[in-house]
Design a protein around this ligand. Structure first.
Ligand SMILES: NC(=O)NCCC(=O)O
Length: 383
């Protein structure tokens, strides 16, 4: 039943009278980003390929010494096109095909940096705790078929591609990782960023498959700005966002896979709060739909075994450092969200709110260093 709601914003638009709607939007979403005027050919292409297309621009004040630094990001959310029982190579090929057609439209919209959802080349099968065939979806981040596919996209469209995959690290004992590969608009692999925090909640049994990432909080200098990737569960960890920001990230992508019962009330808050707290843009992406697995699995909660692990509610959005945000993409269908970001807004908001100056990092560092010691005792004053 809940899965039938298209989006919170559509619901508000449908039911609130115009003046109240404007006021509710102002309070809930902040300054409304301008709607992008997308060419009719683009709108038609999206509709032909049966996905939603939305476009917005976040503007910054004009400055005397700096030109506007406008970059267009594209967030892609999608269902898995084939049943999970289909041969691995067929599933991957179908996903490549789907993403290629969506990226084609992103290119028509002038997108400079595109990011896909977490583990985009596969069903989110970690709930099953089975190894085969799911581990067969793992690929080399440096030269696997998906990275080569994304390199072609990057070259063809002069676009930076953020490609979150299940990585098989051959030189290190063929270990598995949850990794985002960052491909420059030149087509070169700029590097990779591994998921820092592995969930231990509900059916997200990912710790059965891979370890906490060891790539730290690296930031990638691209032709269009400095970007970082905070994969899914990392969004619950404010220090994770902070460290990408301390390393200079202007845009932090959060490719995710998360379900309604578990996290939907947290979704609109976390990435948006990170944009505010760190004076940067954040881009939250979630997959869509219900994925069915042939073999039943249990959730270790005494309930009956089941074949699905919940509804992935889409709702991808972009948040800006001034607290404003785009509406979410649909909860129900594939979608491309295009957002034009003037990166000058990051410093403008920083100069206004000064969190990087008012933050007491030395004090936090000192107290954290004590808190992780074995002999630590909480600093509680008692009568
Ligand atoms: N993929 C993933 O880390 N999901 C965990 C659930 C959540 O963070 O909402």
């Amino acid at each position: 039943m809940a899965a039938q709601l298209e989006s919170v914003e559509r619901c508000l638009e449908k039911h609130l009278p115009a003046p109240e709607l404007q006021e509710v939007k102002r309070i809930l979403y902040g300054k409304e980003p301008r709607k992008l005027d997308l060419a009719s050919a683009v709108v038609k292409a999206a509709s032909q390929h049966e996905f939603e297309l939305q476009g917005y621009a976040f503007e910054a004040a004009a400055e005397q010494l700096r030109q506007p630094r406008k970059v267009r990001v594209g967030l892609i959310q999608n269902r898995i096109p084939l049943p999970t029982e289909t041969a691995v190579t067929e599933q991957v090929a179908a996903l490549h095909k789907r993403i290629a057609e969506m990226v084609e439209v992103a290119a028509m919209c002038g997108v400079n940096i595109v990011c896909f959802q977490e583990a985009w080349t596969m069903p989110f099968a970690f709930c099953t705790r089975e190894k085969l065939p799911w581990t067969e979806f793992a690929e080399s981040a440096e030269d696997g078929p998906t990275t080569r596919f994304c390199q072609e996209l990057a070259r063809k469209h002069n676009m930076v591609v953020v490609s979150p995959i299940l990585e098989r690290d051959e030189p290190h004992g063929e270990t598995l990782w949850n990794t985002a590969v960052i491909i420059s608009n030149s087509g070169a692999v700029l590097g990779k960023s591994r998921k820092t925090h592995i969930p231990r909640v509900g059916d997200f049994n990912e710790s059965t498959y891979y370890m906490e990432g060891n790539t730290g909080h690296r930031v990638f200098q691209t032709a269009f700005g400095r970007i970082a990737v905070n994969i899914c569960y990392g969004r619950h960890h404010p220090l994770n966002w902070l460290l990408y920001s301390l390393n200079g990230a202007e845009i932090i992508f959060n490719p995710s896979a998360t379900t309604g019962e578990l996290s939907e009330c947290m979704w609109p808050v976390e990435a948006r709060n990170a944009a505010i707290a760190n004076h940067c843009f954040t881009c939250a992406i979630n997959r869509v739909g219900t994925e069915y697995f042939k073999n039943e699995f249990t959730s270790g909660d005494g309930q009956k075994a089941h074949h699905e692990f919940g509804y992935f509610y889409g709702s991808s959005y972009v948040a800006a450092p001034d607290g404003s945000r785009t509406p979410g993409l649909s909860r129900l269908q594939d979608g491309l969200l295009v957002a034009e970001l003037d990166l000058n807004l990051c410093r403008q908001v920083s100069d206004k709110w000064n969190f990087k100056m008012t933050g007491r990092y030395e004090m936090y560092a000192e107290e954290l260093a004590k808190a992780v010691q074995q002999d630590f005792r909480p600093n509680i004053i008692r009568e």
